[in-house]
Design a protein around this ligand. Structure first.
Ligand SMILES: [Zn+2]
Length: 219
């Protein structure tokens, strides 16, 4: 684990190498951003969306939270971090893709599956957004080992977030019009694999490294 002073050293290294070697990029980014994609990712320290996708500064608009969840549309919702990020990305930046990026060994989904004992003051209510996913998994895989149920719930919760994205009228309109595309991705940490949701087969499928296109999107 890094000492915090090493982060400052890391930033100096960023200035010397990355920033100095690509001044044109940062000069352009200084005038504004035009990312084509938004990623909803987990706050987990092991799942850095820019690192995993090879995205450069300016490429992806990111919101991160516990268990990469999108709450359903709620008129006048207070302290609505994710809706505010979606609103800005879709209506102001005009992103064309929204990717919900889930992952294996997710602590938030573990809390959801474990019940009240590990949920804390705020986490329980938050991960309850994916309660539907928990119920689906327990109904479909009642006798399976907990690890397998949690993996299924990690993937099912991505689908709940995709469903919830469609409750935002200005997202649903754009998905129907074909100007915004929704994607569910799952990062398998220990295997180093990326699985993409294929709605035609209702399954998360590996994406080949030499394939530019994921196997499917919800639109
Ligand atoms: Zn997580």
């Amino acid at each position: 684990m890094k000492d915090i002073a090493e982060f400052i050293v890391g930033f100096k290294r960023f200035q010397e190498r990355y920033f100095s070697e690509d001044r044109d990029l940062f000069e352009r980014l200084g005038r504004g951003q035009r990312p084509q994609a938004m990623i909803v990712a987990c706050a987990d320290s092991r799942v850095d969306p820019a690192l995993l996708t090879g995205a450069a500064p300016g490429d992806v608009f990111v919101v991160r939270n516990v268990a990469n969840l999108v709450p359903p549309y709620e008129r006048g919702g207070s302290f609505a971090s994710v809706p505010a990020a979606l609103e800005f990305a879709v209506l102001s930046l005009g992103v064309e893709h929204i990717i919900v990026l889930g992952h294996a060994q997710c602590g938030g989904i573990h809390a959801l599956m474990s019940g009240a004992s590990t949920r804390g003051e705020f986490i329980g209510k938050w991960v309850g957004i994916a309660q539907r996913a928990r119920e689906r998994v327990l109904a479909e895989l009642p006798a399976k080992p907990r690890a397998l149920q949690e993996r299924a719930c990690e993937q099912a919760s991505i689908l709940v977030s995709l469903e919830n994205l469609m409750t935002y009228p200005w997202i649903a309109q754009r998905v129907v019009a074909g100007t915004v595309h929704l994607h569910g991705w799952y990062f398998d940490i220990s295997e180093g694999d990326l699985l993409c949701y294929n709605p035609a087969r209702n399954a998360f499928e590996p994406v080949a490294a030499d394939s530019p296109d994921p196997p499917g999107s919800t639109s």
